[in-house]
Write a protein that binds this ligand. Sequence first.
Ligand code: GMT
Length: 379
Amino acid sequence: MKIGVVCYPTYGGSGVVATELGIQMAKKGHEVHFITYSQPVRLDTLEENIYYHEVNVHDYPLFEYQPYELALSSKMVDTVINEGLDILHVHYAIPHAYAAYMAKKILLEEHGKYVPVVTTLHGTDITLVGKNPSYKPAVTFSINKSDVVTSVSESLRQDTMDSFEIKKEIEVIPNFIDLELYRGDKNCRRAQIAPNGEKIITHISNMRKVKRIPDIINVFAGIRAQENAVLLMIGDGPEREKAEQQVRELGLTDCVKFFGKTNEVRRLLCMSDLFLLTSESESFGLVALEAMAARVPVLSTNAGGIPEVNVHGQTGYLSPVGDVASMVAYGLSLLQNPERLMTFKMNAFERAKEFGIESIVPKYEAVYERAFAERHAVS
Ligand code: GMT
């Protein structure tokens, strides 16, 4: 099959899911064409069956806002025609599902070609941005007009059904992990980061408000008051500066290290003892799954789809959003009990195996085949 993939070419989240899925499809012999405004971070265009088409938005002095959707729809039309694509898979509803609907209409009416659209919902496209009245009618319409809609967790599926008038079924296909990447990392050198035997606690995110970064620092401060530990802050975003300030005010600069958008995520995870995720909303929490694949237990909130990944009392602990005290207590109960910590590490890895890429990718393949087989005239 020839598949067009539209996504945000981001460092984590939906961008990574879309890229990894595309790479796996290419390995299975499908031709995969990425249509994005810059090359996705993990994409190697020299690999067989992988192609990249850049969406160019031209600026014009009259525009206060550049018409990205227009450029994206036009690029989808061109790519479908020039490369003979069979299907479009768009990740993140805003504005991708909407732009795909326009492309589908143009292709049908101008070129007599029906190209099915698969939309995958990832989270904030529904839980935060999509619900905003400025977007809601267009988001509802474009979800309903997709040929197949998938969501990355049951919680997100339910949220979508509760918040929008959805007339379609939404199929849950959880996010996945390539465990091969996490097997026996030889570069796991704890002493570099923790020369005095400190426990290593890690957080990774795009440091937006929804991640509640002050809670991360406060949980760490609570643990650090009773246990020698360091905190690794990986990623970058609007809350980072405030977090650095908070760390200075708490006198923790010696034991909190900010790495920014490093490419060494797996090496840092492999030396970690605990992973912290304090989000107030999280449709899945791919980053928690990545930590678990690296045998790191997760202390998280119970928001959204996180409980579908992190199992309370087995792979880590779940706390109500903002309950810093319980996260501190859970963290200490693991760090101060080596046997329990070891059991949780093993449990985390075993649980991650349930999300192995090899069992999830065929589900998307089946969705593509179904959408292609059922293609019909757009109304
Ligand atoms: O919140 C992020 O870190 C980025 C965001 C995105 O859209 O890229 O992530 C969302 O999609 C991920 C992949 O499906 C999920 O694992 C995240 O939970 C989800 N983020 C939120 O729901 C806040």
